[in-house]
Design a protein around this ligand. Structure first.
Ligand SMILES: [Zn+2]
Length: 169
């Protein structure tokens, strides 16, 4: 008999992800509710920036809360933002740490808002966690993060392709 290592590994990874995904979903729901009372609408400059690349109706749903200190999950290293999504209303809240280069930060989180819209909360969390587990827990190899970093580098480098065309979904 041969050991089906690949299948065993895939099954183990999926089982591990299944333990983590509900926690991530609960964390996002709690974060949304916690920040909702403090979040403001995007200002005109922020909207204008994001509407160059993202569907305007998505941008209109976004609220933002800037904070001076940011509590982040360990895996994010020195990340300065998080996107919370409410699956019921489709509402999006960016929680961003004050500092340099806010345009880059806004654009990065807007890619995540777009991903939430396309994949749904559960689909987003599954893809996020499964690719994290498969990479051996390497933050930069999470597929949804890689897309966000790559796309934002691309548009800040002068590419004007809109997000859906660039990501292909
Ligand atoms: Zn990110």
């Amino acid at each position: 008999m041969t050991w089906a290592y690949e299948e065993l590994r895939a099954g183990t990874q999926a089982a591990l992800a299944a333990l983590i995904v509900p926690e991530m979903m609960a964390w996002i729901e709690t974060g949304y509710a916690t920040h909702r009372p403090f979040a403001r609408d995007l200002n005109n400059g922020e909207k204008e920036l994001l509407k160059r690349y993202f569907p305007p109706r998505y941008v209109e749903k976004v609220k933002v809360h800037y904070v001076s200190a940011f509590v982040r999950p360990e895996l994010w290293g020195d990340g300065r933002g998080v996107t919370y999504y409410d699956a019921v209303t489709g509402g999006v809240i960016f929680v961003l740490q004050n500092g340099e280069d806010c345009d880059r930060l806004l654009l990065h989180e807007m890619v995540h808002a777009y991903q939430y819209k396309q994949l749904g909360l559960s689909g987003f969390c599954w893809q996020y966690i499964l690719t994290w587990v498969k990479s051996g827990f390497v933050y930069r190899e999470i597929s949804l993060e890689d897309q966000a970093y790559t796309y934002v580098d691309s548009i800040l480098g002068g590419n004007t392709e809109r997000v859906g065309e660039y990501l292909g979904y």
